[in-house]
Design a protein around this ligand. Structure first.
Ligand code: AMP
Length: 283
């Protein structure tokens, strides 16, 4: 497995593989890898000749008040996991490599998709995500790129950007990987104290209940959202950012044209902001 710090060398290596006829799978990450990341890597390794993982904590997707400085890192453990999983190349740039002093471009998306859900409390977040992912797609010209449904809004936005900007990479969404008690795996779970970790299970409890009620199709969307609210509010350490059920395609209100619904929550457990969701095809 190669570990490369520069964009140019990574691009050269991937282009060499392409010329040799290999298919390329790409898994962009911010590191501190867990089973959720590994599931994306496993998919990529199974479906492509070569797999590239990027590890970069992208500063432009963090607001000044957010957790950029304390975001967890463990490159040694990450590279061991990648090596064992059959990754061929880790792209591991420093900030100056991605954002040199004269860097001036920013990708911003119009319309509702970046303004709904997490976009309400994190208004600059998705612009940072789009900009870094567009750069990464140019640095790693892959056939397939793997993203988790855990970040459902991010997946929808990247799918839209790839379509709008004619990237040739195929975006593949992978299922949410959870802890045994249901909590969605996340690098940010490492921030939780023992009490907070116990309390955090309320997030997936609300998601599972919301999903079940939506499947049963007896209550209105508002009633289901209220049920989910009550469940989360029963936990004293939890503070709701949002609980919403929306059209998966537009992330706005469900309509007659809705094919799939997204039930999504963001909840603070102490200072840690956790997100989770369910997706349901409409009958
Ligand atoms: P991150 O390192 O948090 O930026 O995540 C990198 C990729 O892993 C993103 O596509 C995430 O959606 C995905 N991911 C993170 N946690 C999970 C999880 N629990 N299950 C599935 N995918 C995940």
């Amino acid at each position: 497995m190669q570990i490369i710090n520069t964009a140019k060398q990574t691009q050269q290596q991937v282009n060499e593989w392409r010329k040799a006829g290999y298919t390329i799978g790409f898994v962009p990450t911010m590191g501190f890898l867990h089973e959720g990341h590994k599931s994306l890597i496993d998919c990529s390794v199974a479906e492509n000749d070569k797999t590239v993982v990027s590890i970069f904590v992208n500063p432009t997707q963090f607001a000044p008040t957010e957790d950029l400085e304390k975001y967890p890192k463990d490159f040694t453990a990450d590279s061991t996991m990648c090596q064992n999983a059959g990754v061929d190349l880790i792209f591991f740039p420093q900030n100056e490599e991605m954002y040199p002093k004269n860097f001036a471009t920013n990708i911003t998306m119009n319309g509702d998709i970046t303004k709904q859900l997490c976009g309400k409390s994190r208004p600059t977040h998705f612009s940072g995500v789009c900009t870094v992912v567009a750069k990464l797609f140019n640095i790693v010209p892959a056939d397939n790129a793997y993203f988790g449904k855990k970040d459902a809004q991010q997946l929808a936005i990247i799918t839209q950007m790839v379509q709008d900007l004619n990237f040739s990479v195929k975006i593949i969404g992978c299922p949410i990987i959870r802890e045994i008690d249901g909590l969605a795996k996340s690098s940010r779970n490492s921030y939780l104290s023992a009490d907070e970790r116990k309390a955090a299970v309320i997030v997936s409890k609300a998601i599972f209940t919301g999903e079940k009620l939506a499947q049963e199709n007896k209550l209105t969307v508002e009633q289901i959202v209220n049920e989910m609210h009550s469940i989360i509010e029963s936990e004293p350490l939890a503070k709701i950012d949002y609980v919403e059920i929306v059209d998966l395609a537009t992330l706005t209100k469900i309509s007659q044209n809705t094919i799939a619904i997204l039930g999504a929550v963001a909840v603070f457990i102490g200072k840690t902001r956790l997100i989770d969701n369910f997706i349901l095809e409409r009958k």
